[in-house]
Design a protein around this ligand. Structure first.
Ligand code: NAD
Length: 317
């Protein structure tokens, strides 16, 4: 079987091994594939693995040998799964590999907003402490999390992991989920969205991107938040209206934001969040700890193996 990996670089920039996949067939691994080369590279493959390279109906029409598509991620919106199903091609994903890594990044953003470790360390490096009149100084308000309210939107795997961390910090946790109506975690109150936005000191998004959640955090919702509140988004960029958030931050309607995802990635230079007040952005790396990527690789290979053995797993179509 010929296996083609269209864009393997972000999963394995060199610190993991493709050997287990290579043991399953003749492998061609590309770091990246621009759309115009997708068909040329995949046309002889029975098995294609992709992370973000789009395989739509038009691409599928040109890949008659294709028997299997493995997505190297959880979200599979880059594949026309219906068109694949019509052709009898199973599409698989990796449903969970990074729950604790994403929860950890959520708290990295929260602790950055409450402590500004990087900026204080930089100020010390720049000599501000050696020049200080007192034995300590701080350049930003320092905020204790204990007693504050954490509002979680989307109470699935990551939302629940974040709730447990918040409780460990002594926070009160409230959550909203379109489908989960009773919290499986003690001492978490399920609330409606109005209550969540009004009462939370930190709002953190952990829902998938769907037509219902696109732009869920919009101008009106941001206006419901406390002026002292922070918004965290490690889910998907379009869940938050980027322009509305930039305006809210610049107008001081909320106190800050920590974002791992943006509406367009990589962002265009005119994304207003890049220069918005108290806005801290990481380049979509919540998923990318080595531990999480190693789990992703393991499951992606197991998915191919299961398909070859005639009992495909993690099929999404
Ligand atoms: P999950 O499926 O376990 O949980 C998602 C929850 O959102 C579910 O409980 C679901 O009921 C709820 N939900 C669905 N529609 C909703 C709506 N309209 N309003 C409110 N809640 C809704 O998924 P997960 O593993 O917790 O992951 C959550 C999201 O995190 C993923 O969809 C993905 O977009 C994102 N993610 C980001 C990274 C990253 O690197 N930044 C990595 C992994 C996952």
């Amino acid at each position: 079987m010929k296996i083609v990996v269209l864009d393997g670089y972000t999963l394995n920039p060199g610190d993991l091994s493709w050997d287990e996949l290579k043991a399953l067939g003749e492998c061609e691994i590309y770091d990246r594939t621009p759309p115009e080369l997708t068909v040329e590279r995949a046309k002889d493959a029975e098995i294609v693995l992709t992370n973000k390279v789009v395989i739509d109906r038009q691409v599928l029409d040109q890949l008659p040998k294709l028997k299997y598509i493995g997505v190297l991620a959880t979200g599979y919106n880059i594949i026309d799964v219906e068109a694949a199903r019509e052709r009898g091609i199973p599409v698989t994903n990796v449903p969970t590999y990074g729950t604790l890594s994403v929860a950890q990044m959520t708290f990295a953003h929260i602790l950055n907003l409450t402590q500004h470790v990087c900026e204080h360390a930089q100020a010390v490096r720049d000599g501000a402490w050696t020049r200080a009149k007192d034995w300590c100084f701080w350049n930003f308000p320092l905020i204790e999390l204990a007693g504050l309210t954490m509002g979680i939107i989307g109470f699935g795997r990551i939302g629940r992991a974040v709730a447990k961390l918040a409780q460990a910090f002594g926070m009160k946790v409230i959550a909203y989920d379109a489908y989960v109506k009773e919290s499986p975690i003690p001492d978490v109150e399920m609330v409606d969205l109005d209550t969540l936005f009004k009462e939370s000191d930190i709002v953190s998004c952990h829902c998938p991107l769907t037509p219902e959640t696109q732009g869920l955090v919009n101008r009106e919702r941001l206006r419901q938040m406390k002026k002292t509140a922070f918004l965290i988004n490690t889910s998907r960029g379009p869940v938050v209206d980027n322009k509305a958030l930039a305006e809210a931050l610049n107008a001081g309607e909320i106190a800050g934001a920590g974002l791992d995802v943006l509406e367009v990635e990589p962002p265009t230079p005119d994304n207003p969040l890049l220069t918005a007040k108290n806005c801290y952005i990481t380049p979509h790396i919540s998923w990318a700890t080595k531990s999480a990527r190693a789990r992703l690789m393991k499951t992606a290979v197991e998915n191919v193996k299961a398909f070859l053995e005639g009992k495909p797993q993690n099929v999404v179509n």
